[in-house]
Design a binder for this molecule. Sequence first.
Ligand code: NDP
Ligand code: MG
Length: 416
Amino acid sequence: MQPTHENRSSLILAGAPTSPNPYNDLMNGNAESRGLAILGSTGSIGTQALEVVDAHPERLRVVAITAHSNVELLEEQARKYRPTLVGMVSEKAAMEIKRRLEGAGIEVAAGPECLIEAAAYPLADTVLNGVVGSAGLPPTLAALGAGKRLALANKESMVAGGELVLEALKTGGELIPVDSEHGAIFHCLRGEEISEVEAVVLTASGGPFYGRSREELESVTVEDALAHPTWSMGRKITIDSATLMNKGLEVIEAHYLFEVAYDAIKVVAHPQSVVHSLVEFRDGSLSAQLSLPDMRLPISLALSYPERWGPPFKHTDMAALGALAFGEIDRGAFGCLDLAYRAGREGGLATAVLNAANEMAVAAFLEGRMGFLDIERVIGETLEKYEPARARSLQDVIRAEEWARAVAEEITGEAA
Ligand code: NDP
Ligand code: MG
């Protein structure tokens, strides 16, 4: 493997040392428990993170939660976990939650800025980013800028702004991946020298359409695509799993997180989702991390690291599992994976364009405005029109995304 930065000695993706949170002793008189901000607390990742909190109430206290517009659930969570800050991205929903939480002693922040406020919240030691889409990038940068531990589920921040995230890490904070594949690689690299690594191998469940031909994919419905065989997740990532764009986004995520060259990132199909990923060393040996598919494990590891806390789920019974199966990915049928490699190798703003076009195309498919294979076509045609440019700032990324959304929307309109 040719890491872009050789001899990274510490496998925790740490920037400058973080100063201890001065507010720790003030909260509950308990200096041991960690203040946790959960961005996207009403989603699949967010609610599972709260289950990890339920299993370890003495170690974790929720200080801030945010959602987009789910007032009912955010209110319920606010009353149960008593954070001192709640954020709502939708201004209308924020007004409603403010009304409902009147007199509860909880500050309510409104609009996209609430994500920044929660990410940099002084009472938070750790920020779990479980927002969906590249809306997660500004709070990713804000959390690192404020010196927090960032438990990162929001892969789109890495894909849209990987170079900016690595820059932010140089100045402070630490980043621990939550995505199960990257959590597995992080696990396999513990105590290892990165210079001994030959390749990382991402496993892919293959999604609901594993084994189908291109012709068969032409007529699949939204309902078919949302029926993931092994993971229960939010709608957007479930469609990404069906197109294999999820694996493509994860290839780019791995490139930035572990600083591995694209030629050293392999993908293998593994429909059971028990082996979460592998690391191949120079001597040919492979290390893997195995467990039943349950996101509470990588969430828990990111929150507890370097410790391991007892799992709030079943241990894996290997004998009951029987055989483990692996196979090739059919790249002819599922073109999104190669589009992601292409954008990744191109670098600069190409991955931000890929991600924004994908977000737009997935939304159009979910709304019934185009077919399943149109997702790949819209992303491919948007990338064709992209002119290479570097990602120097968040503004550059935002502008590239706006451009990509407009182009993808136009192509989508032609398809409809
Ligand atoms: P969900 O759709 O279930 O949840 C998304 C969360 O983000 C909700 O709390 C939602 O609020 C909030 N949200 C939606 N839009 C915005 C926005 N524009 N700005 C701020 N917040 C917003 O998604 P998942 O939990 O499935 O996924 C979250 C992230 O984690 C994604 O990046 C995904 O790729 C990644 N991931 C998820 C896995 C999983 O098992 N689910 C596994 C690995 C990675 P509201 O409810 O109000 O709409
Ligand atoms: Mg994953």
